[in-house]
Design a protein around this ligand. Structure first.
Ligand code: G3P
Length: 217
């Protein structure tokens, strides 16, 4: 399973790339707004820093403008994946971009029916938002299970990119279901390293080692 970072903060992305675990980056209009920076400059910079796919989202809602925006974003770097919303116009744009050889990430997916349409529209990735479904008392991971089953059943090549991740358990559950990618807020990637017993065990090892008076180097 690939790990993408869900961020438009250049410094944050740079810090996490050093870990070697970042296979790609996803952004959205809210993350760009939070960064306070220009989208074109930001996406160009991130695309240079990361080898894998960098999702950049269109802002328009009509097909013609979305297509023009998508082409412009895709022209920024070869690893830009154009992100479009799961609407009729978004899927029409997905088809056009995908037919032209551009990678497309269809976002704001909340049902398996929507995911099926995105796959048929040639999406490279589908982004189901598990956390936002959990937030309204629905079963986010249940949606991932449905999508993985349907995609497997019909051999759709669209990658399941689990988005709106709220916890490390979401990451584990996504992996157990065979999802292709999880996109993680940086704090969840950091949390994946951590366990109190790791800290406690390490403290004991350090203390016992100091008692030996030895040095490896
Ligand atoms: O990038 C899309 C998605 O990951 C958003 O997550 O936390 O705003 O629901 P969130």
């Amino acid at each position: 399973m690939k790990i993408f970072l869900d961020s438009a903060d250049i410094d944050e992305i740079r810090a996490h790339i050093a870990s070697g675990f970042v296979d790609g980056v996803t952004t959205n209009p809210s993350l760009i707004a939070k960064s306070g920076r220009n989208i074109l400059e930001t996406i160009s910079e991130i695309s240079e820093m990361v080898d894998g796919p960098v999702s950049a989202e269109v802002a328009a809602t009509d097909h013609e403008t979305m297509l023009a925006e998508g082409r412009k974003l895709a022209g920024l770097a070869p690893n830009v994946t154009v992100k479009v919303p799961l609407t009729e116009a978004g899927l029409q744009t997905c088809r056009a971009l995908s037919d032209a050889g551009t990678q497309v990430n269809v976002t704001l997916c909340f049902t398996a029916g929507q995911a099926m349409l995105a796959a048929k529209a040639g999406a490279t990735f589908i982004s189901p938002f598990v956390g936002r479904l959990d937030d309204i008392g629905q079963d986010g991971m249940g949606l991932i299970e449905e999508i993985c089953t349907i995609y497997d059943q019909y051999g759709f090549e669209t990658g399941v990119l689990v988005a709106s991740v709220r916890s490390t358990q979401h990451v584990v559950d996504a992996a157990l279901l065979g999802a292709d990618v999880v996109t993680l807020p940086p704090k969840i990637l950091t949390a994946l390293y951590q366990h109190p017993l790791t800290d406690k065990g390490l403290a004991a090892f350090i203390s016992d080692w100091e008692g030996t008076g030895q040095s490896i180097l």
